[in-house]
Design a protein around this ligand. Structure first.
Ligand code: ZN
Length: 189
């Protein structure tokens, strides 16, 4: 089932989400929610979806990144590799490499806009999976960015909180004027 993705301004997007118990994770209701979130993310399409974005204040996000039709140099610059579908629950994020990397980023709850957002290059995430098992994720590059973006949602933050506001623009204008240009050129403009 496709769920409605709510937009910035809905109060639930600004609330820290509630933690799960293992029992709750294993419940049919949560397993169903995960499946619906997966369908909703794939349909959007997006590379991540956090429960607050479908109106549920819960520490749960789904992630999957299968880049298609993207130039190899763009993938390399972003350190973007395919990430299979998985679930993060009750995540705790630790920055491993503080070196900030800057790329355009979008959010399914800020439809039609994009901006440059600074993110740490590599992070560690301690969380539970959909079976309630402890998992440690070490991620860098684009995957690290996705994790930081989704975990922000679970704490009431949205990418616009971290953007370079001068770079905020419609996705249409990004495609028209800035797509494929080096970030240094974008910032100079
Ligand atoms: Zn988002």
């Amino acid at each position: 089932m496709k769920l409605k993705i709510i937009q910035i301004g809905e109060p639930v997007l600004r609330q820290p989400a509630r933690l799960f118990t293992v029992e709750e994770i294993l419940s049919p209701a949560t397993q169903q929610l995960i499946e619906w979130m997966r369908e909703t993310m794939q349909d959007a399409p997006g590379v991540g979806l956090a429960a607050p974005q479908i109106g549920e204040s819960l520490q749960l996000a789904v992630i999957e990144d299968q880049p298609q039709d993207i130039a190899p140099e763009i993938l390399a610059e972003r350190e973007r590799v395919p990430i299979p579908f998985h679930v993060i629950i009750n995540p705790r994020l630790t920055v491993i490499e503080d070196r900030a990397v800057e790329f355009f980023e979008g959010c399914l709850s800020v439809t039609g806009f994009t901006a440059l957002v600074l993110r740490a290059r590599s992070v560690r995430v301690d969380c539970l999976n959909e079976k309630g098992e402890q998992v440690v994720i070490n991620a860098q590059g684009w995957y690290g960015r996705i994790l930081q973006h989704e975990i922000d949602h679970l704490n009431g933050f949205i990418d616009v909180d971290r953007m370079l506001s001068k770079s905020f623009m419609t996705s249409e204008n990004y495609d028209r004027y800035y797509k494929g240009k080096p970030i240094s050129e974008v910032k100079a403009g």
